[in-house]
Design a protein around this ligand. Structure first.
Ligand code: ACO
Length: 324
């Protein structure tokens, strides 16, 4: 499998940390020091999850110079779809005119894009599909409790996409060299988003609407441990060390998590790509948006190896090492 091109879409509206100083007991200094975030993008009503996903897909398809009709499958990692059904993937399929493509959403919270990428690789390597569009999109602003300072300041909206193609011939560049997928459903209470019925039957406070809940410190500890172990597993499977890796693209939840992870694994600072200071945590969109920006930042060349690692609600985690 190779990545033909990546694409992204970020809403135009920039919300700086100072915005929250007017509505919550917080400060720009607290938010930046604790998370590394300076600003985030917040979508308008018109910028639905489907709209953002479609724009990122069109960006990636144009760069790949591939017609939507040549796609055999569309997989969208998201936990903020506009409808329970139809899926975002089906709506994107209609919007871009990918009539030959099977389409479905995959829900693994912030790990949704990597789960989708790894699943797509199975269809590509088995010969089932030649071209697959994988998207990570989330509109977290729709599920945030804007009165909860412990979550409201951390999240944003956006979408990223990658056009994947099966390799033909043994010696072409672009391969998924190794991956690791994991989950631990025992920790549902530290990071969850109920639906309205579940919230009612569990007597969850709905005075500020249906929104996500997070025990930040607990999630922090699990995130570091799970991502560090996952990276080590993928490196071992690929028979590589971090010296062989051109850049590491971690989940963009919190700069402190990224720093602890990098310290624990002894990853040189210059190899770790971050953009969370500009976007906050955009959940399933973190990895593809960062991938799209890292491609330019590091001027990735055929043969370069990149390592992606994510963590999210579920709990779920994944890592993947790709040759560009
Ligand atoms: N402004 C000011 N004070 C605040 C704010 C805020 N926005 N939020 C919380 N506080 C307060 C708390 O109430 C607490 O006060 P207290 O000591 O009087 O009780 C104090 O600040 C410290 O709170 P902590 O929770 O200990 O702060 P911490 O240093 O752990 O940082 C944070 C919190 C940023 C949430 C961090 O724990 C974190 O990033 N956790 C991981 C988040 C994550 O990785 N999410 C990924 C998955 S998301 C997904 O899957 C959708």
């Amino acid at each position: 499998m190779k990545i033909l091109a990546t694409g992204k879409y970020l809403p135009a509206r920039i919300v700086p940390n100072s915005f929250f100083e007017k509505t919550l007991e917080t400060s720009d200094d607290w938010i930046f020091t604790r998370s590394g975030i300076k600003e985030r993008r917040i979508a308008s009503d018109r910028e639905t999850a489907t709209y953002m996903a479609t724009q990122s897909a069109l960006d990636a398809l144009a760069k790949a110079d591939l017609a939507a009709g040549d796609l055999g499958m569309i997989i969208v990692g998201t936990s903020t779809s506009d409808y329970v059904f139809p899926s975002v993937a089906c709506q994107v399929q209609a919007a871009i005119g990918a009539q030959q493509a099977a389409a479905f959403d995959l829900q693994a919270a912030c790990t949704g894009f990597l789960y989708s990428l790894i699943l797509a690789n199975q269809f590509l390597s088995s010969g089932t599909c030649r071209n697959i569009l994988v998207i990570g999109v989330d509109k977290l602003s729709a599920i945030i409790n804007w009165h909860d300072r412990s979550t409201a300041v951390l999240f944003g909206d956006g979408a990223g996409a990658a056009v994947l193609q099966a390799n033909r011939g043994q010696h072409c560049h672009g391969r998924l060299l190794a991956f690791d997928l994991g989950a631990d459903g025992r920790y549902e209470k530290i990071l969850f988003m109920p639906n309205a019925n579940t919230a009612k039957s569990n007597a969850i406070d709905l005075s500020h609407g249906v929104s996500m809940f997070m025990s930040g410190q607990e999630v922090f500890k699990h995130a570091v441990t799970a991502m560090a172990q996952s990276v080590q597993k993928s490196l071992a499977t690929a028979g590589l060390t971090l010296d062989d890796i051109k850049c590491v693209i971690p989940h963009q939840a919190n700069l402190r998590i990224v720093k602890v992870l990098a310290d624990r694994l002894k990853i040189p600072k210059e190899k770790v790509f971050t953009n969370l200071e500009r976007y906050g945590n955009i959940s399933a969109a973190c990895i593809p948006v960062a991938l799209s920006e890292a491609e330019q930042h590091y001027q990735l060349q055929p043969g370069d190896k990149i390592l992606m690692v994510a963590f999210g609600g579920g709990l779920t985690w994944a890592s993947a090492i790709m040759e560009w």
